[in-house]
Structures are given as structure tokens and as C-alpha cells.
Ligand binder design. Structure first.
Ligand SMILES: Nc1ncnc2c1ncn2[C@@H]1O[C@H](COP(=O)(O)OP(=O)(O)OP(=O)(O)O)[C@@H](O)[C@H]1O
Length: 862
């Protein structure tokens, strides 16, 4: 072989390496050497000198794993082959103690160019930051498999894991070509190869996104296209050509196999011959210099490297919550919006914002898909990033579970997240609507502020106004029932979704069944249209466009994030941590945030739907207040603050309380009523007449007695006969004013009906007559009846039917059907269904009807 041929070969190498300026210069120098030194290049020795020079240059330009032979000299060692430090996994893993910085692997060895039968120089091809590699044979050819493995191993072993993503579409060998890299797939450090047409489309989507994003901070993306040629659709081939054109500028690089036809732009092209390969110039000209592709690296080497990289990736790409939290607490401003780190895509952190573009989020996922985990991560992330003056949280959970207990003080741990304003656990719809109302009111206040300041967004106000994030888990419960409550919820949500962005009020709606929200039917678009940010967890494809199948193959701990209202092609798959696995980290973080809370911070108001409510925890119980008139405390309102549910007692006719329904909670409500009253009167100022008429109430009555004794009150315990006499006494106008203010407490009042119905022939009155008189005239004389009737009908008959409705104005109904309550109230319909641990409070004088959580004695539901 003469120098002419060598010169041709080397010059072609120069052309092909045009973009690799370092190599071009080096090769030129090598070519110029004979003339400079005056030697004739005709001699074989001279040709050898050129080849040797090229070899040395190659080692400089592509050190370590990039170009050295991949059969390790010391088996079992993944130190950089060839003894080079700096460009290899040894360098990246031990980066801290490496003196040599990692250089970008712009050039990678794929084999040897052999211009002389006995002299070869390493063939380097331009890769990251430069160009693509294309070969005409498909991956079923073992030499192509070897090429893929060589390039992948060299690049993976060289690049820091965060800076190179690899996507593999391999229908040709169904993933076999890259099988030795399995440890990386299993560790989630690289996505496993996709092997079908849809998979290829997703890979190309992802590559196009990289090109569209176009900014320089993205990690490099290497896409291996090892598609069986018979499965490659022309449209996909066109997409690949377009990506080849635009890729290098956007850090996207291709390794394409089975490519026939026109050379792809920016590519090193190879054509396979029987025992060697040839380079094809961009113009399509085939060189004559034979290239011997490197054999596949030993599987053991690949596996060892992959395992080490998987460990490194696991460390670098940890998705533990702690690794996603900001280093500095409360360092960010919420003026322009809030950023939440939601997990990682590859090694890169993924952030989703609450701002003008994505003011509200919709999150979907089947039960057990990790929705709570996802939300808890987001909330801890936000609470660590933004100070309580910048962020307020409202957390509502409608399902059974403990999603947000994290954020509230408990008996065991008094700390709380200082941003949390209200937390609803197993919330009622009434509570949800109360929260939405509070937010709606906040929106109106903010609107006034903005108007006054002449601006349109809270970020433009001179002072910082905290942004509000309201998370509603299983929000579809709000709309169940298609009743007034559901309609109110829809209206409020629509208003918040539409206007919240300007006022810094952001919603996160999470659900298992977003698609089936019936009550939203007419308003679906106007509500969900405002939710540009969609997060689909496994089974949560309902939050995406019906044509978007990006969430089909998600695993636990993964989510598709889409900021284009779920439109196909705008999806990023993120991995998120499991906070339930980091209980200690969370507890520590909560304590740190709690300790740092601003002076005077109040704990969040907490609504626990399942919890028994006890009067001893009532906000006004036992606080000595000088009341003008007594209040009968019966439970807690289902509102944001969990305020006291009570009836004021005054002298107007009808200020008596009837608790209705067979549930024994009726007796407990009377217990609470007496306990509350007993603390509003001095000992001896009033008298309590206790009438335990049913066995079920005896223990309750005993507790009342103990309490009254302790407080030094005077009381009497009456049976049915004494009750009849007492009613007669009180009803007698002659006793007017002779008695102290009296509370007549009837435990199971219906049991006395038979006795009271009997007429006293002398007085020509029955006990029932006296009862009705007491009801009508008692309050004016300070006599109030507190009674528990187990049946509605009996109660109606005792008090005198519908004409006497006003004689008992304060009602608490328990397990009584809504229709019967409606009938008693003379209404056509009542949207109320009894649920355990709930009651309906009705005050006829104020037309107030509200769901309450009645006070019970501890252990009532145990
Ligand atoms: N990123 C994750 N990696 C691994 N396991 C996880 C991850 N996130 C959650 N899990 C686990 O999955 C299970 C379900 O999680 P989680 O309670 O968050 O789901 P969910 O969708 O809220 O379920 P449900 O709606 O039934 O309450 C839990 O056992 C949790 O530990």
C-alpha cells in the first residue's frame, strides 16, 4: 500500500472528523510531518510513523474508557482502561479525589482504521456535542450489536450519570443488543429499551422535546435506534432525519442502525462489508480505508461497569425526599409563583410551579398509586422552600386514611407545619364547602386590595401576600349527591379555578375517578380547563387527554407530568420518593419547621371526620364568660374553625331542646348540654331536674350526677311519677316565680308518654297538658326542657303536633330519615342523610339548619 492510499484514508478521516477540531489539527500535523522533517512519506517507516502519531493523538483526544481496548488488563477491575485517569468511571465515581477533570467525550473509539496491513490507528468518531453515528446493517448483525455496546459502554463509563440520558428503541433484537446493561435499567438509572412501534414513537417524542427545549442546561440525550427495518414507518424515518439535523445543537445524539438511503446530516456513517466496515462521507462517497470495528466488550466488563454505575446513579439520583429538599429553609419568594420539586426524571430534578401558566393542578391515580405520597412530598417541599408569610396551606382529604395527619399536632407529637391553616381528615362535604367558602372570601378581600393598589395580580402588590395552596384529595366526593351542597361546591370551585390565579389562590385536586365526576358535567370544561398542570400516577390516565397513553405503563413511584392540560406529546415521566419510608426525616423536618414558626403561630384547625368530639375540648367550655343568657352546647359546627354548636336560651316561648332519634348519642348530647350549662351558673343558682326514663341513659345520668356534685350544683333525680307532679307544679300559675331557674332533663322522654297521658280527674288535666304548658310558658319563668325523644312521632304527639311546632324551637336530629325531619319541619324536602357521628341542628327561631358533630362521652364509638 502506497502513501497515496494512506493519505486518502487519513484525509477522509480528517473530513469525517471535521467537527473534532483537536483531531483535525493533530491529523494535519501528522500529515505535514514528512514534509516538515524532509522525510519521504513513500517509506513504510514513514507511514508507520504517521500511524503511530495518530495513535498517540487519539489516546490524548479520547483518554481512558473513550478509546482504550475494553478488555481489562486486570480482570475484575473497572479502573479506566489504559491507565488514563480522568475520563472513566474511576474518574467520575471518585471525582472528589481526582486531579484530572472529566472532559466531554466528544470523540469515541469504535474500532481501528487499518491503512497498512500491519499498521492501524484508532478510529474516533465525533459524538456528544458533535454528531451522530449511523450504520447500514441492523442490530441483529453481531458487529452492530458490538458497535452499540462499545459506544454505550464508552460513553456511559465516561459521562457523569446526571449528564447523559440514554433512550433505546430496539425492535430488531427486542432489547438483546443492550441486555448486559440491565443493572442500569433495573436500578431505574436508564429507561429499559422499548421494543415496539409505540415505544419508538415515545422515544422520538422525547427526543423532539429535547430539541424543542433547546437550552444548554439539559443533559445530553443519546438515542439508540435499533429498529427492525421492516417495522420502521416512513413517518418515523422522517422524524429521525429531522432529529439528526437539529439534534447536536440541542445535545441530542443518535446511534442509528439499519439506515439505508441518504446519509443523515451531522453523522458519521458506516457501511458494513464482509470482514470490515467502510466510512461513508457526508456526500455519500465510500472510503477505501478498511475499518475493523471493535469486538463487543466482554459482557462481564459491561455488567461490572453497569453495576457500579447503577450504584452511583442510585446515590446521585436518590429520590429520597431529603435529596429533593432545598438546602436552605424559607429562602425563596412566592411573589411570582411557587415552585415545587416533585421528583426526578433521569437524574434531573423536576419542578412543577403554581404560577400564571399552571395555577392549579389536577392529580389522578388509582387507590394505592402513591397519590398521598406525591402530595406529601410536594407539601413538605413547599413548606421548606417558602416561609409561612409566603405560603398558607389548606389540606382536605375526603377519604378514609391519614393523608394529612402529618401536618397536625397529635397527643404524641405536638409539632405541626406552621403553614397549615386548616386540615380536614376524612372530611365531610360540608367541611369542604366551608373551606371553599373561606377561600372565596379571601379572594374577595384580595380583589379589594388589588383594586385599591391599581394592580391586577398579587405579585404586583407592594407588600407580600401569602399564596394559598388548597389540596383536596378525592375531591369528587364534594360533588356526590347532586344536591345543594354539590351545587355550591361546583360553583365555588369554578370561581376559585377561574379567578384564583390572579389572587394567588391555587388548587390541587386529586382523585381516583376524575373522569366520572357527574355533578361537574356542565361545568367540567370551565373548571378543568383552568388546570393546565396534570399529574397522572398509575391508573390516573383520566387526568390526561383521552388520546394520551403516556401513563399506561407507569409503576408505583412514577408519574407523568404534563403542563399542556394533558395533551399528548407533552409528557415527562418523573420518579418520586416514598415519604412513608422516611418517617424519621419527616418528623425531624416537621420539628425544624415548627421550631422556626413565627411568634404567635396558631396550630391549624383540624377536622377529623371519624373522631369523637368531647365537650371538654370545646373552645368555650368552662371558660368563665359573663353571658347575658345561657347557651346549650351540643357539639361542633362543621366549619373551618370547628366552632361550638349551641342554642342560646332566652325567655321566648319554645327555647327548649329536643334531641330526636333512637341513637343513644341522644343521651350523650344531654350530658354535654348539662355539663355546659352547669359551668355557666354558680352552684345553687339553678336547679337541675334529672329524669332518667330509659335504662340506656342510666350511665349517662350517673355521669351527669358526678359532674353536678363536683361543681356543687343542686339537682334532683325524678322518676316518671315525680315528673308528672313536677310538671303539674311548674305548669300551675300559682307557683309562678316561686322556683329557681330550672333545667328539666328528660332522658328518653317518650318513655313517660303513657304515664303523662293519664288524666288527673281532679284537675281535669293530663301530664301531657302540663308538659305543653311548661313548653309554652316555661322559658319566661326560667324553665327549660332538655329532652331526648327516641321517636319523632311520639315527640310530635307529646308536644301537640304541627300546630305546636314553635313550642320546641331547638332540635337536634340523629338517626331519623331526612324525609321525616322535613315533614316535621313542614318542608317539602331536606338534603340530609343521617351519618354516624353527625347530627342535624335546627333552630326554628333563626331558620338555621346545619350539620354538626355532636358531643359524646369518651368511648361512645369505641
Ligand atoms: N415512590 C414510592 N415508591 C415506593 N412505594 C411507594 C411510593 N409512593 C408510595 N409508595 C407506597 O405505596 C403505597 C400507597 O401509597 P399512598 O398511600 O401514597 O397511595 P394513595 O394513592 O394515596 O393510596 P390511597 O388512595 O389508597 O390512600 C404505600 O404503601 C406507600 O408506602
Amino acid at each position: 500500500m502506497g502513501i497515496g492510499r494512506l493519505r486518502f484514508g487519513v484525509e477522509q478521516a480528517v473530513t469525517l472528523h471535521r467537527q473534532a477540531s483537536g483531531l483535525v489539527a493533530a491529523v494535519r500535523r501528522a500529515l505535514e510531518m514528512p514534509t516538515e522533517t524532509g522525510y519521504s512519506a513513500e517509506s513504510t517507516a514513514e507511514q508507520r510513523a504517521i500511524v503511530a502519531h495518530l495513535t498517540r493523538t487519539a489516546a490524548e483526544l479520547a483518554p481512558g474508557w473513550l478509546s482504550s481496548p475494553l478488555t481489562p488488563e486486570t480482570p475484575g477491575s473497572t479502573e479506566a482502561p489504559g491507565g488514563n485517569r480522568g475520563n472513566g468511571i474511576a474518574g467520575s465515581i471518585g471525582a472528589a479525589d481526582q486531579a484530572t477533570p472529566i472532559t466531554l467525550p466528544a470523540l469515541v473509539r469504535i474500532g481501528e482504521a487499518r491503512p497498512l496491513p500491519d499498521a492501524a490507528f484508532p478510529l474516533l468518531i465525533p459524538t456528544l456535542g458533535k454528531g451522530h453515528l449511523v450504520i447500514d446493517a441492523d442490530a441483529r448483525d453481531p458487529r452492530v450489536t458490538a458497535l452499540i455496546r462499545t459506544v454505550l459502554l464508552r460513553l456511559l463509563a465516561t459521562m457523569p450519570p446526571r449528564e447523559l440520558r440514554v433512550l433505546i428503541a430496539d425492535s430488531a433484537t427486542v432489547g438483546a443488543a443492550t441486555a448486559p446493561f440491565r443493572p442500569l435499567f433495573e436500578a431505574g438509572a436508564l429507561p429499559a429499551p422499548v421494543t415496539d412501534r409505540d415505544g419508538l414513537k415515545h422515544v422520538l417524542d422525547e427526543a423532539e422535546r429535547q430539541v424543542k427545549a433547546g437550552h444548554k442546561e439539559l443533559p445530553y440525550l443519546l438515542v439508540v435506534v435499533a429498529v427492525a427495518p421492516e417495522l420502521l414507518e416512513p413517518a418515523d424515518a422522517a422524524r429521525i432525519a429531522a432529529l439528526a439535523h437539529a439534534g447536536p445543537a440541542a445535545r441530542l445524539h443518535l446511534l442509528v442502525t439499519a439506515h439505508a438511503g441518504k446519509p443523515l446530516p451531522n453523522s458519521t456513517q458506516l457501511t458494513l462489508r464482509k470482514d470490515h466496515a467502510l466510512l461513508v462521507s457526508p456526500g455519500g462517497e465510500t472510503s477505501t480505508i478498511p475499518v475493523h470495528l471493535d469486538p463487543a466488550p466482554p459482557t462481564s466488563v459491561i455488567t461490572e461497569v453497569a453495576e457500579r454505575l447503577a450504584v452511583e446513579a442510585a446515590l446521585a439520583g436518590r429520590t429520597e425526599l431529603a435529596s429533593l429538599l432545598p438546602a436552605q429553609r424559607w429562602a425563596e419568594s412566592s411573589r411570582a409563583g411557587l415552585n415545587a420539586t416533585i421528583g426526578r426524571s433521569g437524574m434531573a430534578e423536576q419542578t412543577l410551579s403554581f404560577d400564571d401558566a399552571t395555577p392549579h393542578w389536577l392529580v389522578g391515580g388509582r387507590s394505592g398509586a402513591g397519590k398521598t405520597a406525591f402530595l406529601v412530598n410536594v407539601l413538605y417541599g413547599l413548606a421548606t422552600r417558602y416561609a409561612p408569610e409566603e405560603l398558607i396551606l389548606y389540606l382536605l382529604d375526603f377519604k378514609e386514611g391519614v393523608s394529612f395527619t402529618e401536618f397536625t399536632p397529635t397527643e404524641r407529637d405536638p409539632s405541626w407545619i406552621p403553614h397549615a391553616r386548616a386540615v380536614g381528615i376524612e372530611s365531610d362535604r360540608e367541611y369542604g364547602v366551608a373551606v371553599l367558602r373561606e377561600l372565596d372570601a379571601a379572594m374577595s378581600q384580595r380583589a379589594t386590595l388589588l383594586k385599591r393598589a391599581g394592580v391586577t395580580k398579587i405579585g404586583e402588590l407592594p407588600e407580600t401576600i401569602a399564596r394559598v395552596v388548597c389540596v383536596i384529595d378525592e375531591f369528587q366526593v364534594l360533588f356526590a349527591g347532586n344536591d345543594k351542597l354539590a351545587r355550591d361546591a361546583v360553583d365555588l370551585l369554578e370561581s376559585l379555578a377561574r379567578k384564583g390565579r390572579s389572587y394567588g389562590i391555587h388548587l390541587v385536586l386529586a382523585s381516583q375517578t376524575v373522569s366520572g365526576v357527574e355533578a361537574l358535567y356542565t361545568k367540567r370544561e370551565s373548571i378543568f380547563g383552568q388546570f393546565a398542570a396534570r399529574v397522572a400516577l398509575p391508573g390516573g390516565a383520566g387526568v390526561l387527554d383521552p388520546l394520551n397513553n403516556a401513563a399506561t405503563a407507569l409503576r408505583l413511584g412514577e408519574a407523568v407530568v404534563n403542563t399542556s392540560a394533558g395533551a399528548p406529546g407533552h409528557d415527562t415521566v418523573v420518579r418520586f420518593p416514598n415519604p412513608h419510608a422516611e418517617v424519621e426525616t419527616l418528623a425531624e423536618l416537621r420539628h425544624t419547621l415548627w421550631q422556626a414558626r413565627p411568634a404567635g403561630s396558631e396550630p391549624p384547625s383540624v377536622f377529623e371526620g371519624y373522631a369523637e368530639q368531647h365537650i371538654t375540648n370545646d373552645p368555650v367550655f368552662g371558660i368563665p364568660v359573663h353571658r347575658r343568657r345561657a347557651e346549650v352546647i351540643v357539639g361542633r359546627n362543621v366549619d373551618v374553625s370547628g366552632s361550638t354548636a349551641s342554642f342560646p336560651l332566652d325567655a321566648s316561648p319554645g327555647r327548649h331542646i329536643a334531641v330526636l332519634g333512637p341513637s343513644e348519642v341522644g343521651a350523650d348530647i344531654l350530658h354535654a348540654a348539662v355539663a355546659g350549662l352547669a359551668r355557666q351558673h354558680g352552684p345553687g343558682d339553678v336547679r337541675f331536674l334529672l329524669v332518667p326514663l330509659v335504662a340506656a341513659a342510666d350511665p349517662v345520668c350517673d355521669d351527669v350526677v358526678v359532674d353536678l356534685d363536683r361543681l356543687g350544683h343542686s339537682y334532683e333525680i325524678l322518676d316518671g311519677y315525680r315528673l308528672r307532679n313536677v310538671l303539674a307544679e311548674i305548669a300551675d300559675p300559682a307557683t309562678d316565680g316561686a322556683q329557681k331557674p330550672t333545667y328539666l332533663v328528660l332522658f328518653g322522654a317518650d318513655a313517660a308518654s303513657g304515664l303523662l297521658e293519664q288524666r288527673d280527674p281532679e284537675r281535669r288535666r293530663s301530664g301531657i297538658d302540663d308538659l305543653r304548658t311548661v313548653l309554652r310558658t316555661g322559658p319566661a319563668r326560667g324553665v327549660h326542657v332538655l329532652g331526648w325523644w327516641r321517636g319523632l312521632r311520639r315527640f310530635g304527639e307529646d308536644v301537640g303536633g304541627s300546630s305546636a311546632r314553635e313550642d320546641v324551637a331547638c332540635l337536634v336530629t340523629l338517626n331519623v330519615p331526612g324525609a321525616e325531619v322535613a315533614m316535621m319541619l313542614g318542608q317539602s324536602q331536606l338534603d340530609w342523610q343521617y351519618r354516624p357521628n353527625r347530627a342535624l341542628l335546627i333552630d326554628r327561631h333563626t331558620d338555621r339548619i346545619a350539620t354538626i358533630v355532636p358531643y359524646v362521652r369518651p368511648g361512645r364509638y369505641a
